[in-house]
Design a protein around this ligand. Structure first.
Ligand code: MN
Length: 425
Protein backbone atom coordinates (compact mmCIF):
# COMPACT_ATOMS: atom_id res chain seq x y z
CA UNK A 1 0.00 0.00 0.00
CA UNK A 2 1.06 3.59 -0.30
CA UNK A 3 0.21 6.14 2.34
CA UNK A 4 -1.60 9.24 1.05
CA UNK A 5 -0.07 12.68 0.84
CA UNK A 6 -3.00 14.95 1.63
CA UNK A 7 -3.89 18.28 3.19
CA UNK A 8 -2.46 17.13 6.58
CA UNK A 9 1.00 17.45 4.96
CA UNK A 10 0.41 20.96 3.56
CA UNK A 11 3.58 22.90 4.51
CA UNK A 12 1.53 26.09 4.84
CA UNK A 13 -0.51 24.72 7.76
CA UNK A 14 0.07 26.36 11.12
CA UNK A 15 -1.38 25.57 14.53
CA UNK A 16 -2.97 27.62 17.32
CA UNK A 17 -0.38 25.86 19.52
CA UNK A 18 2.32 28.51 18.98
CA UNK A 19 5.29 26.25 19.78
CA UNK A 20 4.27 23.96 16.87
CA UNK A 21 5.03 26.82 14.45
CA UNK A 22 8.64 27.18 15.61
CA UNK A 23 10.78 26.17 12.59
CA UNK A 24 13.05 24.24 14.97
CA UNK A 25 10.34 22.04 16.52
CA UNK A 26 10.32 18.32 15.76
CA UNK A 27 6.56 18.30 16.20
CA UNK A 28 4.79 20.69 13.81
CA UNK A 29 1.15 20.04 12.89
CA UNK A 30 2.33 17.97 9.88
CA UNK A 31 3.92 15.34 12.20
CA UNK A 32 1.45 14.31 14.97
CA UNK A 33 3.38 11.33 16.43
CA UNK A 34 1.86 9.01 19.04
CA UNK A 35 3.21 8.17 22.49
CA UNK A 36 2.14 7.30 26.04
CA UNK A 37 2.47 9.74 28.92
CA UNK A 38 1.29 10.42 32.43
CA UNK A 39 0.99 13.54 34.51
CA UNK A 40 2.99 13.74 37.74
CA UNK A 41 1.40 11.53 40.38
CA UNK A 42 -0.65 9.45 37.94
CA UNK A 43 -0.07 5.71 37.67
CA UNK A 44 -1.79 5.07 34.35
CA UNK A 45 -0.22 5.84 30.99
CA UNK A 46 -2.52 7.37 28.40
CA UNK A 47 -2.22 7.89 24.67
CA UNK A 48 -1.04 11.31 23.56
CA UNK A 49 -0.06 13.09 20.36
CA UNK A 50 2.84 15.55 20.30
CA UNK A 51 2.22 19.08 19.01
CA UNK A 52 5.03 21.61 19.56
CA UNK A 53 5.92 21.43 23.26
CA UNK A 54 2.46 20.13 24.19
CA UNK A 55 0.72 16.74 24.29
CA UNK A 56 -2.89 16.24 23.20
CA UNK A 57 -4.52 13.90 25.73
CA UNK A 58 -6.63 11.82 23.33
CA UNK A 59 -8.96 10.41 25.96
CA UNK A 60 -9.65 13.86 27.47
CA UNK A 61 -10.25 15.26 23.98
CA UNK A 62 -12.81 12.52 23.34
CA UNK A 63 -10.75 11.15 20.44
CA UNK A 64 -9.74 7.77 21.87
CA UNK A 65 -12.00 5.08 23.22
CA UNK A 66 -9.02 3.30 24.75
CA UNK A 67 -5.82 4.01 26.64
CA UNK A 68 -4.40 0.77 25.21
CA UNK A 69 -1.92 1.73 22.49
CA UNK A 70 -1.62 -1.87 21.31
CA UNK A 71 -5.39 -1.97 20.70
CA UNK A 72 -5.15 1.32 18.80
CA UNK A 73 -2.26 -0.09 16.73
CA UNK A 74 -4.35 -3.17 15.91
CA UNK A 75 -7.13 -0.93 14.55
CA UNK A 76 -4.92 -0.41 11.49
CA UNK A 77 -4.18 2.35 8.99
CA UNK A 78 -7.74 3.48 8.23
CA UNK A 79 -8.50 4.33 11.88
CA UNK A 80 -5.10 5.98 12.28
CA UNK A 81 -5.58 8.09 9.16
CA UNK A 82 -9.05 9.20 10.26
CA UNK A 83 -7.69 10.29 13.64
CA UNK A 84 -4.80 12.12 11.95
CA UNK A 85 -7.25 14.09 9.80
CA UNK A 86 -9.39 14.97 12.84
CA UNK A 87 -6.39 16.08 14.89
CA UNK A 88 -5.02 18.12 12.01
CA UNK A 89 -8.34 19.95 11.58
CA UNK A 90 -8.76 20.65 15.31
CA UNK A 91 -5.19 21.90 15.77
CA UNK A 92 -5.10 24.25 12.76
CA UNK A 93 -4.73 27.95 13.42
CA UNK A 94 -8.24 28.64 12.12
CA UNK A 95 -9.96 25.79 14.02
CA UNK A 96 -13.27 26.56 15.69
CA UNK A 97 -12.48 23.80 18.20
CA UNK A 98 -9.63 25.67 19.86
CA UNK A 99 -11.45 26.75 23.00
CA UNK A 100 -12.82 23.23 23.57
CA UNK A 101 -9.55 21.48 22.70
CA UNK A 102 -7.15 23.64 24.70
CA UNK A 103 -8.17 21.94 27.96
CA UNK A 104 -6.89 18.62 26.56
CA UNK A 105 -3.31 19.87 26.24
CA UNK A 106 -0.62 18.78 28.70
CA UNK A 107 2.78 20.55 28.63
CA UNK A 108 5.55 18.06 27.78
CA UNK A 109 7.56 19.62 30.60
CA UNK A 110 5.04 18.37 33.16
CA UNK A 111 4.59 14.89 31.68
CA UNK A 112 6.51 11.67 32.12
CA UNK A 113 6.78 9.54 28.98
CA UNK A 114 6.41 5.77 28.98
CA UNK A 115 7.22 3.17 26.36
CA UNK A 116 4.99 3.83 23.35
CA UNK A 117 3.24 0.47 23.80
CA UNK A 118 3.61 -2.98 25.34
CA UNK A 119 6.42 -4.54 23.31
CA UNK A 120 5.67 -8.25 23.12
CA UNK A 121 8.56 -9.29 20.91
CA UNK A 122 11.65 -7.57 19.61
CA UNK A 123 13.71 -8.53 16.55
CA UNK A 124 16.88 -6.74 15.55
CA UNK A 125 17.92 -6.68 11.90
CA UNK A 126 21.26 -5.75 10.32
CA UNK A 127 20.18 -3.66 7.34
CA UNK A 128 23.16 -1.34 6.85
CA UNK A 129 25.64 -2.96 4.51
CA UNK A 130 28.12 -0.24 5.48
CA UNK A 131 27.85 -1.28 9.14
CA UNK A 132 27.98 -4.99 8.29
CA UNK A 133 31.10 -4.49 6.17
CA UNK A 134 33.06 -2.27 8.57
CA UNK A 135 32.22 -4.36 11.64
CA UNK A 136 32.78 -7.60 9.70
CA UNK A 137 36.23 -6.33 8.73
CA UNK A 138 37.13 -5.94 12.43
CA UNK A 139 35.90 -9.40 13.41
CA UNK A 140 36.92 -11.20 10.16
CA UNK A 141 39.45 -9.08 8.17
CA UNK A 142 39.68 -11.63 5.35
CA UNK A 143 35.92 -12.14 5.02
CA UNK A 144 34.02 -9.00 6.14
CA UNK A 145 30.67 -9.60 4.45
CA UNK A 146 29.27 -13.11 4.79
CA UNK A 147 27.87 -14.66 1.58
CA UNK A 148 24.24 -14.63 2.77
CA UNK A 149 24.17 -10.86 3.40
CA UNK A 150 22.99 -9.78 -0.06
CA UNK A 151 20.21 -12.39 -0.10
CA UNK A 152 18.82 -12.56 3.45
CA UNK A 153 17.72 -9.64 5.65
CA UNK A 154 19.79 -10.90 8.61
CA UNK A 155 18.23 -10.62 12.05
CA UNK A 156 18.04 -12.21 15.50
CA UNK A 157 15.45 -12.31 18.24
CA UNK A 158 16.26 -9.77 20.93
CA UNK A 159 14.84 -9.29 24.39
CA UNK A 160 11.79 -7.05 24.94
CA UNK A 161 11.78 -6.92 28.75
CA UNK A 162 14.85 -4.67 28.99
CA UNK A 163 13.70 -2.05 26.46
CA UNK A 164 13.26 1.29 28.20
CA UNK A 165 12.27 4.77 27.14
CA UNK A 166 14.44 7.82 26.49
CA UNK A 167 16.13 9.63 29.39
CA UNK A 168 16.83 6.39 31.24
CA UNK A 169 20.03 5.40 33.02
CA UNK A 170 21.93 2.40 31.67
CA UNK A 171 23.96 0.44 34.20
CA UNK A 172 27.24 -0.73 32.71
CA UNK A 173 26.95 -4.51 32.32
CA UNK A 174 29.26 -7.06 33.86
CA UNK A 175 30.28 -10.24 32.09
CA UNK A 176 32.88 -12.47 30.50
CA UNK A 177 35.37 -11.18 27.99
CA UNK A 178 38.46 -12.71 26.51
CA UNK A 179 41.18 -10.42 25.18
CA UNK A 180 42.67 -11.91 21.99
CA UNK A 181 46.04 -12.52 23.62
CA UNK A 182 44.66 -14.14 26.82
CA UNK A 183 44.30 -17.85 27.45
CA UNK A 184 41.13 -17.57 29.48
CA UNK A 185 38.31 -15.05 29.85
CA UNK A 186 38.21 -12.40 32.55
CA UNK A 187 35.08 -11.38 34.45
CA UNK A 188 34.14 -7.80 35.27
CA UNK A 189 32.51 -4.60 34.01
CA UNK A 190 32.44 -4.22 30.24
CA UNK A 191 35.28 -1.98 29.04
CA UNK A 192 33.95 -1.63 25.51
CA UNK A 193 30.41 -0.36 26.05
CA UNK A 194 28.90 1.06 22.86
CA UNK A 195 25.73 2.53 21.40
CA UNK A 196 24.04 1.53 18.14
CA UNK A 197 22.08 4.15 16.17
CA UNK A 198 18.94 2.42 14.89
CA UNK A 199 15.32 2.96 14.01
CA UNK A 200 12.50 1.02 15.66
CA UNK A 201 9.69 -0.12 13.37
CA UNK A 202 6.49 -0.76 15.33
CA UNK A 203 4.03 -3.38 14.13
CA UNK A 204 0.35 -2.41 13.86
CA UNK A 205 -1.73 -5.16 12.22
CA UNK A 206 -1.05 -8.77 13.22
CA UNK A 207 -0.77 -11.70 10.83
CA UNK A 208 -2.02 -15.15 11.70
CA UNK A 209 0.59 -17.82 12.32
CA UNK A 210 1.23 -19.67 9.08
CA UNK A 211 0.08 -16.76 6.92
CA UNK A 212 2.99 -14.76 5.49
CA UNK A 213 2.50 -11.07 4.74
CA UNK A 214 3.18 -10.44 1.03
CA UNK A 215 5.53 -7.54 0.37
CA UNK A 216 2.84 -5.32 -1.11
CA UNK A 217 0.73 -5.66 2.06
CA UNK A 218 3.71 -5.34 4.40
CA UNK A 219 3.43 -1.63 5.19
CA UNK A 220 -0.21 -2.01 6.23
CA UNK A 221 1.24 -4.00 9.11
CA UNK A 222 3.44 -1.12 10.29
CA UNK A 223 2.45 1.68 12.64
CA UNK A 224 5.47 3.95 12.37
CA UNK A 225 9.08 4.62 13.32
CA UNK A 226 10.95 5.74 16.42
CA UNK A 227 14.65 6.05 17.31
CA UNK A 228 16.31 3.07 18.94
CA UNK A 229 19.62 2.63 20.78
CA UNK A 230 20.73 -1.01 20.90
CA UNK A 231 23.38 -0.62 23.64
CA UNK A 232 26.11 -3.23 23.15
CA UNK A 233 29.05 -4.50 25.22
CA UNK A 234 31.58 -5.21 22.45
CA UNK A 235 33.98 -7.20 24.64
CA UNK A 236 31.21 -9.51 25.86
CA UNK A 237 29.91 -9.76 22.27
CA UNK A 238 33.25 -10.75 20.76
CA UNK A 239 33.59 -13.68 23.17
CA UNK A 240 30.00 -14.94 23.13
CA UNK A 241 28.69 -14.32 19.61
CA UNK A 242 29.69 -17.57 17.93
CA UNK A 243 27.84 -19.77 17.12
CA UNK A 244 24.38 -18.46 18.09
CA UNK A 245 24.76 -14.68 17.90
CA UNK A 246 24.26 -11.83 20.40
CA UNK A 247 23.03 -12.61 23.92
CA UNK A 248 24.25 -10.92 27.14
CA UNK A 249 26.18 -8.31 25.13
CA UNK A 250 22.82 -6.83 24.07
CA UNK A 251 19.99 -7.88 26.36
CA UNK A 252 20.90 -5.77 29.42
CA UNK A 253 19.21 -2.66 27.95
CA UNK A 254 17.89 -0.98 24.82
CA UNK A 255 16.36 2.50 24.63
CA UNK A 256 13.53 3.73 22.40
CA UNK A 257 12.36 7.30 21.85
CA UNK A 258 8.88 8.02 23.25
CA UNK A 259 7.19 9.32 20.08
CA UNK A 260 6.30 7.06 17.16
CA UNK A 261 6.23 8.95 13.85
CA UNK A 262 3.46 7.31 11.84
CA UNK A 263 3.69 5.85 8.36
CA UNK A 264 1.24 8.62 7.33
CA UNK A 265 3.55 11.40 8.56
CA UNK A 266 6.45 9.79 6.66
CA UNK A 267 4.56 9.68 3.35
CA UNK A 268 6.30 12.74 1.79
CA UNK A 269 9.74 11.34 2.61
CA UNK A 270 9.66 8.08 0.69
CA UNK A 271 12.43 7.34 -1.79
CA UNK A 272 13.21 4.83 -4.55
CA UNK A 273 14.97 1.64 -3.55
CA UNK A 274 17.46 -0.48 -5.49
CA UNK A 275 20.40 -2.72 -4.81
CA UNK A 276 23.63 -1.72 -6.58
CA UNK A 277 23.79 -2.98 -10.18
CA UNK A 278 26.48 -5.55 -9.43
CA UNK A 279 24.51 -7.13 -6.54
CA UNK A 280 21.94 -9.91 -6.87
CA UNK A 281 18.36 -8.64 -7.19
CA UNK A 282 16.14 -9.51 -4.21
CA UNK A 283 14.28 -12.83 -4.48
CA UNK A 284 10.68 -12.42 -5.71
CA UNK A 285 9.11 -12.45 -2.21
CA UNK A 286 11.35 -9.45 -1.34
CA UNK A 287 10.68 -7.51 -4.53
CA UNK A 288 7.80 -5.50 -5.97
CA UNK A 289 7.33 -2.46 -8.21
CA UNK A 290 6.01 -0.44 -5.26
CA UNK A 291 9.02 -1.36 -3.13
CA UNK A 292 11.35 -0.29 -5.94
CA UNK A 293 9.44 2.95 -6.53
CA UNK A 294 9.21 4.15 -2.92
CA UNK A 295 10.29 1.44 -0.48
CA UNK A 296 13.05 3.51 1.13
CA UNK A 297 12.43 6.19 3.77
CA UNK A 298 14.61 9.30 3.93
CA UNK A 299 15.32 9.77 7.65
CA UNK A 300 18.44 11.77 8.54
CA UNK A 301 20.00 10.27 11.68
CA UNK A 302 22.52 11.66 14.16
CA UNK A 303 24.31 10.51 17.31
CA UNK A 304 25.40 13.06 19.94
CA UNK A 305 27.56 12.66 23.03
CA UNK A 306 27.67 14.70 26.23
CA UNK A 307 30.34 13.55 28.67
CA UNK A 308 30.12 14.17 32.42
CA UNK A 309 32.88 16.80 32.02
CA UNK A 310 30.90 18.61 29.31
CA UNK A 311 27.82 18.55 31.50
CA UNK A 312 29.75 19.88 34.52
CA UNK A 313 31.19 22.70 32.40
CA UNK A 314 27.78 23.59 30.99
CA UNK A 315 28.84 22.54 27.47
CA UNK A 316 26.25 21.21 25.03
CA UNK A 317 26.42 17.69 23.53
CA UNK A 318 28.73 17.15 20.56
CA UNK A 319 27.57 15.48 17.35
CA UNK A 320 29.53 12.31 16.61
CA UNK A 321 28.13 11.30 13.23
CA UNK A 322 25.30 11.46 10.69
CA UNK A 323 23.74 8.82 8.45
CA UNK A 324 20.45 8.18 6.66
CA UNK A 325 17.95 5.28 6.69
CA UNK A 326 17.65 5.80 2.92
CA UNK A 327 21.01 3.99 2.59
CA UNK A 328 19.69 0.80 4.20
CA UNK A 329 20.19 -2.40 2.15
CA UNK A 330 16.67 -3.63 2.97
CA UNK A 331 13.40 -1.69 3.23
CA UNK A 332 10.79 -1.73 5.98
CA UNK A 333 8.44 -3.73 3.73
CA UNK A 334 11.16 -6.29 3.01
CA UNK A 335 11.75 -6.76 6.75
CA UNK A 336 8.06 -7.52 7.38
CA UNK A 337 7.82 -9.81 4.33
CA UNK A 338 10.96 -11.68 5.33
CA UNK A 339 10.04 -11.97 9.03
CA UNK A 340 6.70 -13.58 8.19
CA UNK A 341 7.60 -15.61 5.07
CA UNK A 342 8.06 -18.76 7.15
CA UNK A 343 4.69 -18.23 8.85
CA UNK A 344 5.98 -16.36 11.92
CA UNK A 345 3.17 -14.25 13.40
CA UNK A 346 3.86 -10.59 14.20
CA UNK A 347 1.67 -8.85 16.76
CA UNK A 348 0.63 -5.25 17.43
CA UNK A 349 3.38 -3.51 19.37
CA UNK A 350 6.19 -5.80 18.22
CA UNK A 351 9.41 -3.88 17.62
CA UNK A 352 11.66 -4.49 14.61
CA UNK A 353 15.07 -2.83 15.01
CA UNK A 354 16.66 -1.67 11.76
CA UNK A 355 20.17 -2.58 12.84
CA UNK A 356 22.91 0.02 13.20
CA UNK A 357 22.57 2.67 10.51
CA UNK A 358 26.03 3.53 9.26
CA UNK A 359 26.54 5.64 6.16
CA UNK A 360 28.84 4.91 3.21
CA UNK A 361 31.49 7.50 4.10
CA UNK A 362 34.24 7.32 6.74
CA UNK A 363 33.05 9.01 9.93
CA UNK A 364 29.48 7.82 9.37
CA UNK A 365 29.70 4.76 11.61
CA UNK A 366 26.58 4.30 13.72
CA UNK A 367 28.59 2.98 16.69
CA UNK A 368 31.78 3.80 18.62
CA UNK A 369 33.20 0.47 17.39
CA UNK A 370 33.23 1.90 13.90
CA UNK A 371 34.07 5.53 14.74
CA UNK A 372 37.11 4.51 16.83
CA UNK A 373 38.02 1.56 14.56
CA UNK A 374 37.71 -0.91 17.40
CA UNK A 375 39.45 1.46 19.80
CA UNK A 376 42.56 1.88 17.64
CA UNK A 377 41.69 5.47 16.63
CA UNK A 378 40.08 7.17 19.66
CA UNK A 379 37.76 10.06 18.91
CA UNK A 380 39.10 13.48 19.85
CA UNK A 381 36.28 15.45 21.45
CA UNK A 382 36.03 19.24 21.21
CA UNK A 383 36.74 19.75 24.91
CA UNK A 384 40.00 17.79 24.73
CA UNK A 385 38.65 14.46 25.95
CA UNK A 386 39.10 11.21 24.04
CA UNK A 387 36.71 8.31 23.57
CA UNK A 388 37.11 4.81 22.18
CA UNK A 389 34.02 3.48 23.94
CA UNK A 390 31.53 4.94 26.41
CA UNK A 391 32.62 6.05 29.88
CA UNK A 392 30.50 6.27 33.02
CA UNK A 393 28.54 9.53 33.02
CA UNK A 394 28.37 9.74 29.22
CA UNK A 395 24.98 10.61 27.76
CA UNK A 396 24.25 9.39 24.21
CA UNK A 397 21.48 11.21 22.36
CA UNK A 398 20.09 9.89 19.07
CA UNK A 399 18.20 12.32 16.83
CA UNK A 400 16.38 11.97 13.54
CA UNK A 401 14.41 14.12 11.14
CA UNK A 402 12.89 14.15 7.65
CA UNK A 403 13.08 17.07 5.27
CA UNK A 404 12.35 17.58 1.61
CA UNK A 405 11.70 20.70 -0.49
CA UNK A 406 7.99 21.51 -0.56
CA UNK A 407 7.26 19.87 2.81
CA UNK A 408 7.53 20.80 6.46
CA UNK A 409 10.50 19.29 8.31
CA UNK A 410 9.43 16.74 10.94
CA UNK A 411 11.54 15.18 13.70
CA UNK A 412 11.57 12.27 16.10
CA UNK A 413 12.51 13.94 19.41
CA UNK A 414 15.47 12.71 21.46
CA UNK A 415 16.42 9.14 22.35
CA UNK A 416 18.80 9.63 25.30
CA UNK A 417 20.50 7.38 27.81
CA UNK A 418 23.22 7.96 30.41
CA UNK A 419 25.80 5.37 31.51
CA UNK A 420 25.97 4.59 35.24
CA UNK A 421 28.87 2.68 36.85
CA UNK A 422 28.71 -1.12 36.99
CA UNK A 423 27.57 -2.91 40.13
CA UNK A 424 30.63 -5.01 40.72
CA UNK A 425 32.46 -5.79 43.94
MN1 MN B 1 21.64 -3.73 16.83
Amino acid sequence: MTFPIDDTHDPALTSWVDSANDPATDFPIQNLPFGRFRRAGEARLRIGVAIGDQIVDLEHAGLAATDDMNAFMRAGPAARQALRRTLSRHLRADSAERSRFVASLVPMASAEMGLPCRIGDYTDFYTSIHHATSVGRQFRPDNPLLPNYKWVPIGYHGRASSIGVSAETIRRPVGQAKPPDADAPTFGPSRRLDYELELALFVALPNAQGEPVPIDRAEEHLFGLALFNDWTARDIQAWEYQPLGPFLSKNFASTVSPWVVTMEALAPFRAPFAHPEADPPPLPYLDSPANRASGAIDVALEAWLQTAAMRAAGRPPQRLMQSNFRDSYWTAAQLVAHHTVNGCNLQPGDLLGSGTQSGPAPGQGGSMLELSVGGRAPLQLADGEQRSFLEDGDTVILRGHCERPGFRRIGFGDCAGTIAPARFA
